[in-house]
Design a protein around this ligand. Sequence first.
Ligand SMILES: Cc1ncc(C[n+]2csc(CCOP(=O)(O)OP(=O)(O)O)c2C)c(N)n1
Ligand SMILES: [Mg+2]
Length: 318
Amino acid sequence: MNDNEKLWDHLTRMRRIRALEEKIAQLRAENQIVGSVHLCNGQEAIYVGACAALDLTRDAVFPTYRGHGWAVACGVPPRAILAELLGRSTGISGGRGGSAYFTAPEYGFFGENSIVGAGAPIATGAALAATFDGSGRVSVASFGDGALNQGAVHEAMNFAAIRSLPVIFIVENNSYSELTPISAMVKVDQLFRRANAYGMPGARVDGNDPAAVADAVAQAVARARRGKGPVLLELITQRLVGHYIGDVQHYRPEGELDEVSKVEPIVRLEQKLIGLGRTREELDELHASVQNEIETAAAEALADELAPTDTVLEHLYA
Ligand SMILES: Cc1ncc(C[n+]2csc(CCOP(=O)(O)OP(=O)(O)O)c2C)c(N)n1
Ligand SMILES: [Mg+2]
């Protein structure tokens, strides 16, 4: 693939994630989907860029509750994600995981998690296992800016560094932790500099540019596969929606959403592709075809059977 084709592929995947999130928002508003849902609109370039640099036949991604985009980027079919959120037995986790807890290890997607920061020690454990099993696997722990203040994340980064484990810590810095700006929580605004404290490299990357993300993650992966240990990547992005569906976002300064909408990753990538010779018609066609794909997936998932209630306790360990 040349650069133009690669960017087109990134755009297709980012559009697929956005269309899925928009459909999920609609299904939640209609109460077809119930419960708490966290969307990733605006952060798509991170998932698409990072997954382009991974070998998902052996690498493992550990996302958060805001994980639908990671799942799509890992290759989980949107239809299986929609069926999952709709509580259908055809869902990727049998309709038992829902929006925040589904898992698809066969795609390298090792489970969402609603405990802020909890993916970091799990990913570090998977990286430790990789040093024994000869798989060459690299683990990716992805979490938010707020999660960087969790004790478990510090412990995981320190352990990974001292053992030189093949794990990449990705901070999706969307500048908010629920309703609180990161500037109200930490004195140091360059979060990647915390890597120094553990003796690992850290870098800040434009998280709204999939090519920049892919480059940074590819370097980190190559380093980790050589046995050189972890890296902390701070990817700067914005979420274009509330923390959860229903969040009225009163905490946002006036005009902020308008500003971030101008630099959001899909708009930017489309402008770049036009500069490379693509036409507005081609871009609109892509948009329509991806939306159509998601509409079909949703219609099919809605027609599936609900997961049976008599098996609700299966696979439950307590
Ligand atoms: C251990 C723990 N503490 C608090 C919460 C409540 N909580 C849910 S999401 C969230 C914000 C996390 O912000 P960030 O890590 O920046 O991720 P983002 O939601 O922005 O993707 C908090 C505090 C939780 N789920 N788990
Ligand atoms: Mg955040």
